[in-house]
Design a protein around this ligand. Structure first.
Ligand SMILES: [Zn+2]
Ligand SMILES: [Zn+2]
Length: 374
């Protein structure tokens, strides 16, 4: 049976992470649940479809298989394509050949590498300033406890793969337009493990690994930028046999803070002051990211003035002297004036020799203000 594109069914992107997939599934499952739509066969159909899609995308093995082949059906029991874990960190093709046929891996090594997994983490600006310890929940493939990672029911050693005679790899010659290319590729029968399992473990079905959810503690240093990625070695999926442990990649996202614009280590904030404050000067305290910030308004400050507050910005990566905050000054012009205020402003204007609007002129500026008063 052909499977509908599970990404399409759940309405998620190809690179969607486990949380996005889970929440899309929950939303759709709730909407199409037969209990909510009694007597509607199309809802039941849709509900089943959503469940099938989720069963593929929530299982790193099935997901990787679907990504690779566009189906999860009729696959040989091919444990090699273990786990996608979410994200596009690994091109499976590269991983396949990069790890098995060179790429630094020792030749003749039997086993398969654990997948790298990705997790997305949101940070506040305050966390960027001080750094933060985060507990991250990850879904990964871990050694099966039931068979102790052998894949054989009840433990015990698997047999040697007859195709590769336990080598885990087979050599093949391909004819390409460049001539004959001899390549060594993972054994298609055993997926590179060099073993054959006649009595597969009921828990892992011979894959030697099972899906687990684990909490990984990550110390995020100060000063990180949105989009930065931290590699946490060995916290990805377990490798099998002599395969290496996968890594966890933590992708950092700094939350927007409406109070500030960030330019590297510099924070830009906006400050509205009154005409009196601008003219006479003032000492103000404004909100910084982690503490209040003293701002000194000089007498005669003009609209658009930028006041630099040293050390109120963000630290460089891994900490150190903090950058500055630039306070962009705006001068408020009052929009509603009392009669007394108008009188004073007129007096002020006369004193300073500015042109003064005529008080009697109802069509002028004052007309707008007093037009309705009798
Ligand atoms: Zn097992
Ligand atoms: Zn083999």
């Amino acid at each position: 049976m052909a499977v509908k594109d599970p990404y399409e069914v759940l309405g998620v992107a190809r690179g969607a992470n486990a949380d996005e997939i889970k929440s899309a599934y929950r939303r759709l499952a709730r909407r199409h649940h037969p209990d909510v739509n009694p007597g509607d066969p199309s809802a039941e159909e849709k509900f089943k479809e959503v469940g099938e899609a989720y069963s593929i995308l929530s299982d790193p093995l099935k997901r990787a298989r679907f990504d690779q082949y566009g189906t999860t059906d009729d696959m040989p029991s091919d444990p090699f394509f273990g786990g996608g874990g979410g994200g596009n960190l690994n091109d499976l093709f590269d991983m396949f050949f990069g790890n098995m046929a060179g790429g630094g891996a020792p030749r003749g090594r039997r086993g398969r590498d654990g997948d790298d997994i990705r997790s997305d983490v949101e940070l506040t600006l305050n966390e960027v300033i001080h750094g933060v310890r985060k507990e991250i929940e990850v879904t990964r493939m871990a050694e099966c406890n039931s068979c102790h990672g052998t894949g054989v029911e009840g433990g015990g050693q698997p047999d040697t793969c007859p195709t590769c005679r336990g080598q885990g790899a087979v050599a093949s010659v391909r004819n390409t337009f460049l001539g004959q290319v001899r390549t060594t590729s993972p054994c298609p029968t055993c997926g590179g493990t060099g073993t054959q399992i006649k009595n597969p473990c009921h828990e892992c079905h011979g894959r030697m690994v099972v899906q687990e959810t684990a909490t990984v503690v990550v110390n995020i240093p100060p000063g990180v930028e949105s989009g930065a990625t931290m590699q946490v070695p060995g916290q990805g999926s377990d490798g099998v046999g002599e395969g290496r442990q996968g890594d966890l990649y933590v992708v950092l996202h700094v939350k927007e803070d409406s109070r500030f614009d960030r330019r590297g280590q510099t924070l830009i904030s906006r400050l509205n002051i009154s005409f009196a404050q601008a003219a006479l000067g003032d000492q103000l305290q404004i909100e910084g990211v982690d503490e209040t910030v003293d701002v000194n308004i000089a007498a005669g400050t003009q609209p658009g003035t930028q006041i630099t507050v040293k050390g109120a910005g963000l630290p460089p990566l891994h900490g150190g002297r903090r950058g500055d905050m630039i306070v962009l000054v705006q001068v408020k012009v009052p929009t509603r004036l009392s009669e007394a205020e108008v009188k004073l402003i007129r007096e002020l204007a006369e004193l300073s020799g500015d042109s003064v609007p005529k008080g009697e002129d109802r069509g002028g500026i004052l007309g707008g203000l007093f037009g309705k008063k009798k």
